[in-house]
Design a protein around this ligand. Structure first.
Ligand SMILES: Nc1ncnc2c1ncn2[C@@H]1O[C@H](COP(=O)(O)OP(=O)(O)OP(=O)(O)O)[C@@H](O)[C@H]1O
Ligand SMILES: [Mg+2]
Length: 142
């Protein structure tokens, strides 16, 4: 599905619709350039799961973990590998236990910087963001 968004709010609304399709264990790759709307979209997903506190970019923290209480979903893990110098840095995060937990959903910005050929991080869903103009974004969910 190809969406066009002309505001941050609209990007969050597209995320609300997408969030309804998420199931525990989903690994969502968020692909797109700086400022394309990946973090904004993640904020929309968390909003729709009833998370009311601020959701900030994990640019420096790398990993933010949000407790959620929605049916079979217990956590959303928001990752941003932008600052990785090597995909091997992913090992420092200790993701193994989280990856085996079927109640967790992963949303990952800059996934290509954290995944190599041997990566166990395989996306179940991928979303492509494209900046068209200052306020327009193309969001492709397939
Ligand atoms: N239609 C839109 N949807 C989302 N953000 C928009 C839109 N129009 C303008 N913006 C602006 O674009 C920026 C998007 O920032 P955001 O942090 O979501 O991007 P990002 O893809 O996570 O970038 P990064 O790769 O740096 O983490 C914000 O400053 C926001 O105000
Ligand atoms: Mg971001």
């Amino acid at each position: 599905m190809l969406y066009s968004s002309t505001s941050q709010q609209q990007t969050k609304e597209i995320a609300h619709t997408f969030a309804k399709t998420l199931v525990g264990g989903d690994i969502v790759f968020l692909d797109g350039d700086l400022g394309a709307g990946k973090t904004t979209f993640t904020q929309g997903v968390l909003e729709s799961f009833g998370y009311t506190e601020p959701v900030r970019s994990p640019t420096f923290s790398i990993m933010n973990i949000y407790p959620i209480n929605r049916g079979l979903i217990s956590k959303v893990i928001h990752l941003d590998f932008y600052r990785f110098n090597s995909p091997d840095e992913i090992r420092t995060l200790g993701l193994e236990d989280f990856l085996e937990d079927p109640k967790i959903i992963f949303l990952i910005e800059w996934p290509e910087k954290g995944t190599g050929d041997m990566s166990s991080l395989v996306p179940t869903k991928t979303i492509h963001f494209r900046t068209i103009s200052e306020n327009e974004r193309e969001i492709n969910i397939n």
